[in-house]
Design a protein around this ligand. Structure first.
Ligand code: FAD
Ligand code: NAG
Ligand code: NAG
Ligand code: NAG
Ligand code: NAG
Ligand code: NAG
Ligand code: NAG
Ligand code: NAG
Length: 558
């Protein structure tokens, strides 16, 4: 996926409580907050500011040297993780991601603060988080929580908020016998601080001869939105979602209390954190996850050249085989560019892998394609060969629409016909689909243990479409792109009306988001939210207890 950040332009000047609140904070109050957090309060300007001669319409000198460093690295993942996540937003301080040296992006243009919080606390310890909650309660300044800034619905940014940045919580430890506090029974596990990313934990797990089940990306965080929103992995069909594998979460709730949550204490909160979403119940400082023995992985990668005549057959092969493949433990992605798939399976032998994929490999070879089924020694080797090498440059503005597609549709001829017709129509209208196949269909789930929509448990596909727009899009262009994704997602409601969707990769304007994201779990999630955050100090877009669009003026009205 070529997506890195979700850009939503500011459409109107901010009015209401929050802007008034931040403007009423005196320099002495900021100074006092800074003293409380040991000097870790940062004032923040946009990442690309050195390239502009106007900041919020005020003149300032261009810093050519700093600007050229930014241009060179503008589309590099690692550079942007360190810098952009705390210092940039997509709103109105953008370079052209297809050509970062394009002067049209900077000349005469103003670099505006956009949605970036003017102040962040660079969190180092629990008392920093307590200080943020106290400050917000006293000043009415809203809070936002950011780990890596990957949230595709823009939930880790909020204009005129005080940002809580967890990126520097960088601890990792491996436990041969982890016993969740007050519980019995031990597990092989890894504990990560809330700033750790997948790239870091995969390497660390491999060094300890184990495998960590996580996302298809280097730079997303483990303990933030991914874990709390569901967390799919290409290993999920057999090994479960991120929420199925968390053993313990340490969190500071808005009353300032550090709580240990697991199956034996604060169980209501533990359940809510396993699917209720990031940015809602408190600030996580670390999480502990079950790990697996390091084992070989079977991989199939295939590509082909789509034509008017072979697409139907391709989609039929995918649709006809999906139940069987998922039950065998295959998970992966149906890719749009190049067209084809990359699937993995930790459960079967090479011979079983080759046999189960025979129809697809035959198709690829008959259609100017490539196909290889191979055994890799470990998840980490797969990650390095496919995920790290396969990632494209970052820095474009994008959003998604998606829906979980129930297994039942794949089980009848009529359902399969509908799916194939949908895929053909989607391809004609929006290009080849991108389908993460990472639902926990062959995982032995104990019902009721997590708060994601139960639709995850009996779906096979997380069917998506992306909208991407250039740096210089007008608000009308952005509105059109988001509106088209909304229409796409609504069509999928028609295809799978009683299903749901993934809160981390949903349509920004998801219809009936409470049911789509959480199904029957919503009322109980709301009760947990009200119990731990009675003053409503945390709020984010379409999150549990969301106070509504009026609080978030950076999202255009469709
Ligand atoms: C390139 C890319 C690849 C992706 N691949 C996958 C994938 O393979 N599988 C998958 O399931 N999803 C994937 N996603 C979606 C991903 O799960 C979400 O974007 C997720 O929200 C990212 O979480 P984060 O903590 O890294 O990001 P952030 O944007 O920093 O945070 C996301 C949300 O969590 C909150 N949050 C962050 N840290 C904390 C904390 N310490 N305490 C409390 N709340 C916190 C934020 O306030 C926000 O609401 C991908 C996204 C991108 C952009
Ligand atoms: C957290 O940091 C603050 C500021 O540096 C310091 O005063 C405090 O003692 C620290 N608290 C803990 C628990 O480490
Ligand atoms: C907070 O204090 C530190 C150390 O004194 C200083 O470097 C930093 O600039 C201050 N932050 C703000 C926002 O003034
Ligand atoms: C900059 O000026 C333009 C044109 O007058 C105005 O629309 C915009 O709101 C201003 N931006 C800021 C951040 O002041
Ligand atoms: C680009 O970023 C890399 C680190 O990601 C850094 O080593 C390099 O110096 C940067 N380039 C410039 C021109 O600053
Ligand atoms: C065959 O595939 C290659 C890419 O693998 C592509 O460049 C070429 O155009 C394709 N040829 C035909 C006839 O489709
Ligand atoms: C897929 O299954 C349908 C029956 O549901 C059948 O008509 C069709 O030929 C199959 N397609 C392929 C490519 O095997
Ligand atoms: C955006 O910039 C490109 C050139 O970089 C230009 O062709 C296009 O017209 C611009 N679009 C808008 C909406 O200004």
């Amino acid at each position: 996926m070529s997506i890195f950040t979700c850009g939503l332009l500011l459409v109107s000047a901010l009015t209401g409580v929050s802007s008034t609140a931040i403007r009423n904070v005196s320099p002495e109050q900021w100074h006092a907050l800074n003293a409380t957090v040991g000097g870790r309060l940062r004032s923040v300007t946009p990442f690309a500011l050195p390239c502009f001669s106007l900041y919020n319409n005020q003149s300032l000198p261009v810093d050519l040297q700093a600007c050229s460093a930014i241009q060179v690295n503008y589309t590099s993942r690692n550079f942007r993780v360190e810098y952009e996540t705390c210092m940039n937003t997509n709103s109105r301080c953008l370079l052209d991601s297809t050509n970062p040296s394009n002067l049209l992006a900077t000349e005469g243009a103003s670099c505006d603060q956009g949605e970036i919080s003017p102040y962040y606390i660079d969190v180092d310890n629990v008392s920093d988080i307590q200080a943020a909650f106290t400050f917000s309660e006293q000043t009415q300044v809203p809070l936002s929580i950011k780990n890596t800034g990957h949230d595709l619905l823009g939930r880790s940014r909020r204009r005129d908020s005080l940002g809580i940045w967890t990126h520097h919580l960088q601890t990792m430890s491996y436990h041969q016998n982890f016993v969740p506090a007050l519980c019995r029974g031990s597990h092989r596990a890894i504990t990560v601080g809330a700033g750790i990313t997948f790239e870091q934990v995969y390497k660390f797990a491999d060094e300890n001869d184990v495998m960590f089940v996580g996302g298809y990306t280097e730079t997303v965080g483990v303990s933030g939105g991914w874990m709390m929103g569901g967390g799919h992995s290409v290993l999920s069909p057999s090994l479960g979602l991120g929420v199925d594998r968390v053993l313990e979460i340490k969190i500071v709730t808005p009353d300032g209390t550090l709580r240990i949550t697991n199956a034996c204490q604060n169980t209501d909160l533990f359940w809510a954190l396993r699917g209720g979403g990031g940015g809602t119940f408190g600030v996580v400082i670390e999480s502990t996850h079950l790990v697996e023995q390091r084992i070989p992985i079977q991989v199939i990668s295939m590509t082909f050249t789509p034509t008017a005549t072979n697409l139907r057959r391709y989609f039929e092969i995918l649709v006809n085989n999906s139940v069987h493949w998922s039950e065998l433990g295959w998970g992966g992605h149906v890719n749009s560019q190049p067209a084809g798939i990359v699937y993995v399976n930790p459960r079967v032998s090479l011979a079983q892998a080759t046999a189960s994929m025979a129809q697809l490999t035959g198709f690829a070879l008959a259609n100017n394609g490539t196909a290889a089924v191979e055994t890799l020694p470990s998840w980490f080797s797969f990650f390095q060969l496919f995920v790290v090498k396969g990632q494209s440059p970052v820095g474009s503005s994008a959003a998604l629409g998606s829906r979980l597609i129930p297994k039942a549709l794949f089980e009848t001829p009529a359902g399969r016909a509908k799916l194939v017709a949908h895929l053909l129509a989607q391809t004609a209208a929006r290009g080849m689909p991108y389908i993460p196949v990472g639902t926990p269909i062959a995982f032995d789930y104990t019902p009721g243990t997590t708060s994601v929509t139960p639709a995850w448990r009996d779906s096979l596909w997380h069917l998506t479409s992306a909208g991407v727009w250039p740096y210089n899009s007008t608000v009308a262009d952005i509105r059109a792109a988001l509106g088209s994704l909304h229409d796409f997602a609504d069509d999928l409601h028609t295809l799978a009306p009683s299903s749901g969707s993934y809160m981390n990769e949903g349509d920004v304007y998801e219809s009936d988001h409470e049911f789509s994201y959480w199904g029957p779990n919503y009322p109980r999630l709301l009760a947990v939210k009200n119990k731990y955050d009675p003053l409503g100090l945390l709020d984010c877009w379409k999150c549990v207890g969301w106070k509504g669009a009026a609080q978030f003026p950076c999202y255009p009205t469709l």
